[in-house]
Design a protein around this ligand. Sequence first.
Ligand SMILES: [Zn+2]
Length: 181
Amino acid sequence: MYSSHHAAVGAALTVGGHLAAGPVGVLVGGALAFLSHDPVDRLGEAAYGRSFPPDRQTLIWEGLPFLAFILAAVLAGPLWWVLATGWIAATGMDLIDKARWFMGRPTVFRCHDRAPDVRLTLWQTKALAVLAAPVPFGLVAVIANAGAAGQLLATFAAICLGAVAGVAFMFWLLTRPGGGL
Ligand SMILES: [Zn+2]
């Protein structure tokens, strides 16, 4: 999947970790975020466009959620690193394997060696990106103890995250090998 999808899951895990146990919780959440990359990659994205060098479609659909994520981290103030940790950890397997790809080396993570269980259509990939993009703002509202507006945003983001997880789970359930309900 694309980084915006991984990042929403990763940030939810590190922010959840921070709420539960402070900085130590972020470490645990970060480890889970790193591991979350594999199951999330069971969903196969449809390409927005050319990824390297990125064309306009890729820049829009990957770039805007990334900018939103940075803005959310800035809004988090001193807790920016909780979101940054979630982003880096959740996209870590891609960062490592892409660096290796640039060096002409084989990939090391099996999620990049296997066909995804589910092939999303372009429409579904974009819909999940639209749902994933607001998630970091809601997470910031939660850790920054925001007021009423922040709580509303957090609720909205939680619904988006729930929808992402729910839709992903349904795809998995309906299409896994030997699948069906
Ligand atoms: Zn990946």
